[in-house]
Design a protein around this ligand. Structure first.
Ligand SMILES: [Zn+2]
Length: 194
């Protein structure tokens, strides 16, 4: 499915060459029929999975920023994401939950999910991705507070047999009104409701 996407990166040809070398270095025959088109497929897949480098999440929020007097907590929970850990370039994936308390401005709910999508389509560590989502919303909407919780499974741990195979890593970060334990609790209770 990935290779059907139109990818016009100037890096494509070089990536194909390098992935062909990698296949050879791993001990395979890069000329084997099943592998002939693999360097191209992998190159295109990697370009797709890192397309977030060419997108501006601040602009996504700015383009859908509306004046609004609503000042209760806005929550977008269970945002599915897939990312690549920058240490092993293996997937980590899970759910992001975002809450903010507007201070005169709101944004489209789908835009919050877009922000998660853009930051996750880069080489990441879960901690930094959590912080970047938080900062992007804080800087763009200037809310009274924002909180981000990310729950993820890391293939680099699961596939390599490091630690518990099914462990979920949770990270969180917040600003402003979420410094109050009571406000954080309200958010945590709401995202735990299934
Ligand atoms: Zn890793």
């Amino acid at each position: 499915m990935l290779e059907k996407e139109e990818i016009n990166s100037p890096a494509l040809e070089d990536l194909k060459k390098h992935y062909r070398s990698i296949i050879t270095l791993l001990g395979e025959d890069a000329e084997r029929e099943g592998l002939l088109k693999t360097p191209e497929r992998v190159a295109k897949a990697m370009l797709t999975l890192t397309k977030g480098y060419h997108m501006d999440p601040h602009e996504v929020l700015r383009s859908a920023k509306f004046q609004e007097e609503y000042s209760q907590m806005v929550i977008v929970k269970d945002i599915d994401f897939f990312s690549l850990c920058e240490h092993h370039m293996l997937p980590f994936y899970g759910k992001a939950h975002v809450a903010y308390i507007p201070n005169g401005y709101i944004t489209g709910l789908s835009k919050i999910a877009r922000v998660v999508d853009i930051f996750s389509h880069r080489l990441q560590v879960q901690e930094r991705m959590t912080l970047q989502i938080k900062e992007c919303i804080q800087e763009t909407l200037n809310p009274l507070g924002v909180m981000v919780v990310v729950e993820a499974k890391h293939m680099c741990m699961q596939m390599r047999g490091v630690e518990k195979q099914n462990s979920v890593t949770t990270t969180s970060d917040f600003t402003g009104a979420f410094n109050q334990a009571k406000t954080r609790e309200e958010f945590m209770n709401l995202i735990r409701q299934r």
